[in-house]
Design a binder for this molecule. Structure first.
Ligand SMILES: C[S@@+](CC[C@H](N)C(=O)[O-])C[C@H]1O[C@@H](n2cnc3c(N)ncnc32)[C@H](O)[C@@H]1O
Length: 362
């Protein structure tokens, strides 16, 4: 029998994940535009290999007391030396990424800019998104022409910022709240800790976990993103640390780990609203999240530390992901904490909301 995602996959031509060959689209939300196919570019590739569909996961209600709960929890990234949201307003945001001042569209910034035009005019890079070109062509550099990548740091970890076609810059700074929390858990555990990072993108979370002493498995559907993540590992001088880099569909990988009996102490999953596995597997957040959350629980060690879910670009509330996580972790004790990830603006102290999250902590 075919699962809903296998049926969806079979009925569409194969498309690789965003950032791995898909053409840009003008609109650009945090995730779904990174992976959502654009009809203009639906090239037939039905001749590509399509994996044998796995049977659908049967979801039963988990027995036992629900975990304690803590919400709303707002996790905030304040301006710091590595990254600062300098100002926002009129549908744009002005950010400092390492050496560069960058202007990007920001749909949520419906207020007025707090800084004068002269501060915005000093930008090094502006996302225009006005061509169909891949990568850097969608950026304008008012001062000096810049290369695709530039040196960045997070809490002493060196990595590369990069101008991509989809207004992204190779990092999601609001995730730093999760990275710090996770690093704290790993250090405090004082034992070997295994971390699984699903939908890992350019790998910052994996690097933070590895530096804190964990053995890390990093999974992403995009070969290109995995290449960038490996480059970051080199930049960070962490090549000696145990990180497995895997190009794979997140759901399939988790299913395989469950079958093999591979177990993890911490699972991070930061899925897009819509995505594609390397063999055309379709990821739809609303349809597939319950099964993946359930799988994440199944692949935990007997003494797990945490499961961290982030959700972007969806019409939902943190109450929805909270209820899903709490139900899924029934009988495991601990606490489910849910809320939003925000970035605090430097100019007027306003909060820019970026995403919902829910995490179970032992
Ligand atoms: C939201 S980003 C993850 C951001 C990352 N956690 C971070 O903080 O930098 C989404 C990632 O999911 C990947 N992706 C999309 N569909 C996928 C799938 N079916 N399986 C695995 N990865 C997928 C994309 O290639 C992209 O790198």
């Amino acid at each position: 029998m075919k699962s809903p995602r296998d049926k969806r996959r079979d009925s569409r031509p194969h498309r690789p994940a965003r950032d791995d060959g898909q053409k840009p689209r003008p609109r650009d939300d945090r995730d779904d535009t990174r992976t959502r196919p654009s009809p203009r570019h639906e090239t037939a590739a039905a001749d590509r290999v399509v994996a044998t569909p796995a049977p659908p996961r049967v979801l039963a209600r988990r027995e036992g007391a629900l975990p304690a709960e803590r919400l709303p929890l707002i996790l905030e990234v304040a301006p710091n030396a590595d990254y600062a949201l300098l100002d926002s307003g009129s549908g744009q945001k002005l950010e400092q990424y390492g050496p560069y001042r960058i202007v990007r569209p920001e749909g949520q910034a419906i207020w007025q800019k707090a800084l004068p035009a002269k501060d915005w005019d000093r930008a090094d890079a502006i996302f225009t998104g006005d061509t169909d070109e891949e990568g850097i062509g969608r950026w304008r550099f008012p001062r000096t022409p810049l290369g695709e990548t530039w040196p960045m740091k997070h809490d002493g970890i060196d990595y590369l910022g990069r101008f991509t076609s989809f207004r992204h810059v190779g990092v999601f700074p609001e995730q730093a709240s999760h990275w710090d929390h996770m690093a704290g858990l790993i250090t405090a555990a004082r034992r070997p800790v295994k971390v699984l990072n699903l939908f890992g993108y350019t790998g910052l979370a994996s690097l933070v976990a590895a530096r804190a002493g964990a053995e890390v498995t990093h999974v992403d559907a995009s070969k290109k993103a995995i290449g960038w993540a490996r480059e970051n590992q080199e930049m960070a001088g962490l090549t000696g640390k145990p990180i497995r880099w895997i190009v794979e569909d997140a759901m399939k990988f988790a299913e395989r780990e469950e079958r093999r009996g591979s177990r993890y102490d911490i699972v991070l999953f930061d899925p897009p609203a819509y995505g594609r596995g390397p063999k055309g597997e379709v990821w739809q957040l609303f349809e597939d999240l319950p099964a993946l959350t359930d799988l994440c629980r199944s692949i935990l060690t007997p003494k797990p530390l945490a499961v961290v879910l982030t959700a972007y670009s969806i019409r939902s509330s943190f109450f929805a992901v909270h209820a899903l996580m709490r139900d899924t972790f029934a009988g495991m004790g601990g606490t489910v904490e849910s809320g939003e990830l925000i970035i605090r603006e430097q100019s007027a102290g306003r909060a820019l909301s970026t995403s919902l999250f829910s995490r179970w902590v032992a």
